[in-house]
Design a protein around this ligand. Structure first.
Ligand SMILES: C[S@@+](CC[C@H](N)C(=O)[O-])C[C@H]1O[C@@H](n2cnc3c(N)ncnc32)[C@H](O)[C@@H]1O
Length: 398
């Protein structure tokens, strides 16, 4: 590996970082948790809410605004690390399409990242994005000249979140070399580790939390579409919603919601003993549900199934899924607001961020532990330089 940047880290010299599409600066959080010294952190972002959160968490961040207006030639310092995760909404998995997805104005922003790599010649580059169709992935790989690694955040958090990471180091000839990254060891984190109360889940790892999580979910979306993670009151996963018109003991007549766990199954169930599950809702307006058996109807409001026994994740829990510090997004400082007073201490001007904005910002963000794992490779190399005696630690010099 090219050693200039590694030496800088080993000597604890401050690095210059530029984070494009910075969002809530999960990359900066990861570097700070790794103890990497930062001389200057420049952030390009256009959304005022994540910008405000970053101004509160990392007040020294230098806001450089819209990436499309950023010129390498205007940049005041040599950049050590350039990182970014351009907006992903324009990428699709759709099969059959012959073209990559770069006509979409959001996907196209990747080329701003590539342009700044060429103009700024950073020593380290890190690009993150969603898994996409191979044609789009190839365009990115060919443009940057390095290969991506796919990491599922589930290994280092309680959330399933598969993402591609192009992580490279600049060579003397100006090209980039892929930094080899193994899959991290599974830390075994599960939803129960991040919940605030005694609600429970039917799965260990949360579905991926995206920027639309604030729109909320419902049972059908959750169980059928496998999205918008819900958690359940501890006794509601096995939910009886009706009584079947069959002969036998009461226990055999119980009908369970298909939107929940079945009761524990014993061997040799058959005939009337098979667990009965509510199949369909027959009249939308009256919310009457048919629970089966000789034309009988039982009235059960979907609302009672839908609302009483589940909840969506709290913002704090979603932050934990991204391995952010608790309440990372609670406050923001809006430096561009009309009532911002530069003469007043910023802590006096911090404002609460609404839950909707917080969910959105966190859903858009990176899993900090994954970014930390990636940059941790640089720290490990730096430590090796010290072990090998190439760099004297500060205390030895003193
Ligand atoms: C997927 S999010 C990145 C989140 C970020 N990695 C984090 O740690 O939170 C993409 C971000 O790009 C920002 N963005 C969109 N257009 C932009 C532009 N022209 N210049 C800078 N940022 C932009 C969006 O506002 C959004 O916050």
């Amino acid at each position: 590996m090219q050693t200039e940047i590694i030496e800088k880290i080993a000597k604890k010299e401050g690095l210059v970082c530029l984070s494009l599409f910075d969002g809530i600066s999960c990359g900066q959080q990861a570097l700070s948790e790794l103890g990497i010294n930062i001389k200057s952190f420049y952030a390009s972002e256009v959304d005022p809410y994540p910008k405000a959160i970053v101004a509160h968490r990392f007040p020294n961040t230098k806001d450089v605004g819209d990436v499309t207006k950023l010129k390498g030639s205007d940049f005041p310092e040599e950049v050590d690390i350039l990182m970014g995760g351009s907006p992903c909404q324009g990428f699709s998995f759709a099969k059959g399409s012959k073209d990559p997805d770069f006509d979409d104005p959001r996907s196209k922003l990747f080329f701003e990242f590539a342009r700044l790599v060429t103009e700024l010649k950073p020593k380290i580059i890190l690009l993150e994005n969603v898994p996409m169709k191979s044609l789009s992935e190839e365009v990115i790989t060919t443009t940057l000249g390095i290969d991506p690694v796919m990491i599922n955040s589930a290994l280092l958090s309680a959330q399933n979140r598969k993402r591609l990471y192009w992580f490279g180091i600049r060579q003397e000839d100006g090209t980039y070399q892929t930094i080899p990254v193994e899959q991290p060891d599974d830390l075994g984190l599960v939803m129960a580790d991040i919940l605030e109360d005694n609600y429970i889940t039917d799965r260990d790892k949360s579905y991926c939390i995206d920027a639309n999580y604030f729109k909320g979910g419902n049972l059908r979306q959750y169980f059928d579409k496998k999205r918008r993670q819900l958690v359940f009151e501890s006794d509601s996963l096995c939910k009886q919603v009706g009584v079947a018109d069959v002969n036998g003991w009461d226990i055999l007549k119980r009908v369970y919601s298909k939107y929940g766990k079945g009761p524990s199954q014993t061997c040799n169930l058959g005939g009337n003993r098979i667990t009965k599950v509510l199949i369909s809702k027959v009249r939308d307006k009256s919310k009457t549900v048919r629970v089966g058996g000789r034309g009988s109807y039982d009235r059960h409001e979907w609302d009672s199934v839908d609302q009483l026994h589940w909840r969506k994740l709290t913002v704090l829990e979603v932050e934990r899924l991204q391995t952010l510090p608790d309440n990372y997004t609670e406050f923001g400082v809006f430096r561009d607001a009309k009532d911002y007073d530069p003469t007043l201490h910023e802590h006096l001007q911090k404002k609460k961020i609404s839950n909707t904005r917080r969910y959105k910002a966190v859903g858009n963000g990176w899993t900090v532990s994954v970014i930390k794992y990636l940059f941790g490779h640089l720290v490990a190399e730096a430590e090796q330089l010290i072990i090998d005696g190439h760099i004297l630690e500060d205390r030895e010099v003193a």
